[in-house]
Design a binder for this molecule. Structure first.
Ligand SMILES: *Cc1c(COP(=O)(O)O)cnc(C)c1O
Length: 234
């Protein structure tokens, strides 16, 4: 049954696309929107799909797998953007189109094995660098990203490294900064050396800064889909 988009969604989607285009470092090639659907209902995802969105990002493996099952009638591309746990890699490899949070060689080899067994190679990945010192979760040091990307390129043809992903701290806000901060310039420069040179940077609060810095993928949750329900407790 085709679902109709709730009335708030289409204007918001258009407005965000306009902002991104206006702010983009290269207006002829604005960043892609990855819709972050954690904490959003399957109906809400269906509604955004009906407006043309195809790629959706999720942070929690269980939630992603449940939604992928619920929405299996739609050719949605699921992207994993949550903390990568080794014991979830095989399941994620079976269902997602891309994993943006690869940060360890051991996970890279496990993923390569999984996608090879599933006949899903080459599989798209981003390498996540840790840029927020207050974040306890995993992520590569910026100084380690190039080496890991080169090693994957040399030894794991099952993986296709698209570029770099980062989650800056919440002090980076469009409303608080007039200019692209040095960190964002550094990330752009580093991404130029990683895989295909893509950069997944920018969320609801910093999408203008990220677009201006040359991000190629902005991950938009609440600005696009509205308030979400609380995350499942870990
Ligand atoms: C939740 C989340 C987003 C989206 O956040 P919003 O502020 O709602 O846009 C983007 N990226 C990651 C990694 C996230 O966890």
């Amino acid at each position: 049954m085709p679902s109709k988009a709730p009335q708030d969604l289409a204007p918001r989607y258009n407005e965000l696309r306009g902002i991104i285009k206006e702010c983009a470092r290269d207006p002829a090639a604005p960043p892609e929107i990855l819709a972050v659907s954690k904490g959003q209902s399957a109906d809400r995802i269906r509604a955004l799909y009906s407006l043309g969105q195809r790629r959706f990002g999720e942070n929690y493996a269980q939630e992603l797998l449940a939604k992928a099952a619920q929405l299996s009638d739609l050719p949605i591309e699921w992207v994993y953007i949550g903390h990568l746990q080794s014991n979830k890699i095989r399941k994620l490899a079976a269902v997602t189109d891309e994993i943006q949070t690869l940060a360890r060689w051991s996970d890279a080899t496990a993923l390569a094995r999984a996608v090879s067994a599933l006949n899903r190679a080459p599989f798209k990945v981003f390498l996540e660098v840790k840029v927020d010192p207050t974040d306890s979760k995993a992520g590569l040091d910026m100084s380690e990203a190039f080496e890991l990307s080169e090693r994957i390129k040399a030894e794991l043809p099952e993986l296709r490294v698209r570029g770099l992903m980062a989650i800056p701290s919440s002090e980076y806000q469009d409303a608080a900064m007039q200019e692209v901060p040095p960190l964002y310039r550094e990330l752009r420069a580093l991404a130029d050396r990683i895989g295909e040179g893509q950069l997944s940077l920018g969320m609801s609060g910093d999408l203008r800064l990220a677009a201006a810095a040359g991000s190629t993928v902005v991950r938009l949750g609440q600005a696009l889909l509205g308030p979400r329900s609380a995350p499942p407790s870990a």
